[in-house]
Design a protein around this ligand. Sequence first.
Ligand code: KIV
Length: 385
Amino acid sequence: MDKNITIDKKRAIMKLTIDEIKSMKSKEKITMLTAYDFSTAGILDGNVDVILVGDSLGMVVLGHENVLDVTINDMVRHTAAVSRAVLKSLVVGDMPANSYNNKKNAILNAKKLIKAGADCVKIENEHKIAQILIENKIPVMGHIGLTPQTIQDYKTQGSDEESANKIVQEAKALEKAGCFGIVLECIPCQLAKKITQELSIPTIGIGSGLHCDGQVLVSNDMLGLFEKFKPAFAKRYINLAEQMRIAFRQYNKEVKEKQFPKEKPVLNNLQRFMFKSKIHRATVTDANMDYEGSITIDAELMKKACIIEGEKVHVLNIQNGERIETYTINGKANSGEICVNGAAAHKFNKGDKIIIVSYTLLNEAEIKKFQPKVVLVDGDNKICV
Ligand code: KIV
């Protein structure tokens, strides 16, 4: 089968849809984070509902002063990289400044982002453009409040009545245009609450308080990766920049001091099959050729030897030196039953003394601590104390 068809099927089965995002309003908080590259998107996929390829790319990845220099080609390239990694989360492609300055450009550029793998696009304000895109079957997420493509003064918007009313009006116009959700950036908590209550579509807040239907952050802020400045609302979940600095310095030191690479390949974290447990000198109580392969063992003996039903074991016949590999079946607890089933019954007779051995896979550190278990039994397969 064509590989692309398989992948598309997988996507169709697992991907969160726009309708599912809409139906989360007032029921379950929606989570959104940004990603700009394949590796990060792969880690994010399925761990948040929505992945935004934001034009914040311009600042946190490309090192510009603001988002104004981001081009549609930048966004297409990074949307494609993110989309290659994402199977589960919804991907939003951000339309950069000037890419939707008229209807024709808006449709042309939005289609480029969809072709690159975005499930929908995001635009700032511009409800009339939103309507045109939606009429052209391109799903749109709105963005109001502090919209960095038109406002470079990074402060809370809608603090006075007039500007608050304007924001409410734009929210309603975007909803009427058919947007499936709206980002509310840096507006007062109570204004975000009012908009969230008055709209039937989800609101996703950033620096706009807890009442929104969802939350979004720039991943580089919440990971502590972007050190140029830290928005007050952006909680840092980890200081990744510091962790990276430690790793980079360690690498630098090891290379300078000729500790890395080693002359011989590093073999110190190999996993090895080690002896885990054995039931020693047990007696075969039956050898049944008509039964499907395996060994039935008194469940109590299995428990004591830390062997579970279905586990692979080696059975060694002390009588004749035969040795087989099979899997276990639980026998009646405390019955003393040990029955060799199937073809192996050719090599084992009732009354033969056997050793049943199990193994486990351990790494170097685990090997140092691990204690194998030996279960000694008497002639009736009762545990010797
Ligand atoms: O570009 C971006 O990252 C954004 C978020 C801040 C919502 O638009």
